[in-house]
Design a protein around this ligand. Structure first.
Ligand SMILES: [Zn+2]
Length: 71
């Protein structure tokens, strides 16, 4: 099992950049595991789990029907 020190929500996919423990920006690839709805990635260097979440700022206005615009 992974030793997760923290969980962060990210809005970038499929790669999430973050400022890592060593002061440099590292990029973590997000993958969707079986049984999980959200893609996630893990940085072993700073032990942070990244959970992808779709941006929801224009949820009502920007209605796309059956979700044809997946990235
Ligand atoms: Zn990191």
């Amino acid at each position: 099992m992974e030793n997760v020190a923290a969980v962060r929500t990210v809005y970038d996919f499929p790669v999430a950049g973050h400022l890592c423990r060593d002061g440099a920006v590292h990029y973590v690839r997000l993958t969707r595991r079986s049984g999980q709805t959200q893609p996630q990635g893990f940085c072993p260097r700073c032990e942070v789990m990244f959970l992808y979440q779709k941006p929801q700022r224009s949820r009502v206005k920007h209605y796309d029907g059956a979700g044809a615009t997946h990235f």
